[in-house]
Design a binder for this molecule. Structure first.
Ligand SMILES: [Zn+2]
Length: 198
């Protein structure tokens, strides 16, 4: 244990995802020795990101305005909607350049162990969005793991009665992982080879 503010820093860093106590200590000591201007820049960007970045009111993607760049882009196909868990999945799919439709970010996946049910996700907003008939295909692009599968199965059941084409990414993605870990080519292929959800 360290004195006062140094320990506070280690504690805060240790709360970040993927940062264990040892890494937290290492980062803290790195910061203590770093150029004050570098540390100030880091502190400023942390505050700025929380002030400036909002979530899109339509798709819940990260946005600097009320609507994200993709929802504002009239060239994107409004009839195809890709449902993903997180903002980082949008980034991963955009990198493949295989998709020209729009997104809906759920904000996670169904996970009873973590107390996350359908009502904690942006599923109600998804159903509302689908209500006007613009969207004719929904692509379920949840992570290829247990929670992602459960979420896709739930959504397939919910969307069934709406008479839309509901598809899932083709297999071939690394099972058990996150969508973002798939390389561009693999993810792009999974997109092109998408199949009807059952
Ligand atoms: Zn949006």
């Amino acid at each position: 244990m360290y004195e006062g503010v140094v320990q506070d820093l280690i504690d805060e860093l240790g709360r970040l995802p993927g940062v264990g106590p040892k890494s937290a200590q290492r980062i803290a000591f790195h910061l203590l020795q770093a150029d004050p201007a570098d540390v100030r820049r880091l502190a400023e960007v942390l505050i700025e990101v929380k002030d400036k970045v909002k979530f899109c009111t339509i798709c819940f993607n990260v946005a600097e305005d009320d609507q994200c760049r993709i929802c504002r882009d009239a060239r994107r196909d409004p009839s195809v909607l890709c449902v993903v868990e997180e903002y980082k999945d949008v980034v991963a799919i955009e990198r493949t350049r295989e998709f020209r439709g729009r997104y809906h970010v759920l904000g996670g996946a169904i996970s009873p162990i973590d107390g996350i049910g359908p009502e904690q996700l942006h599923i109600r907003e998804l159903l509302t969005r689908l209500g006007d008939g613009t969207v004719t295909e929904v692509i379920l692009a949840t992570d290829p793991n247990l929670e992602g599968e459960a979420t896709a199965t739930y959504l397939t059941r919910m969307l069934g009665p709406l008479g839309l084409r509901v598809t899932r990414l083709a297999s071939g993605l690394p099972v058990g992982g996150d969508l973002e870990y798939a390389d561009e080519v693999t993810l792009g292929r999974a997109f092109v080879g998408r199949q009807a959800a059952t």
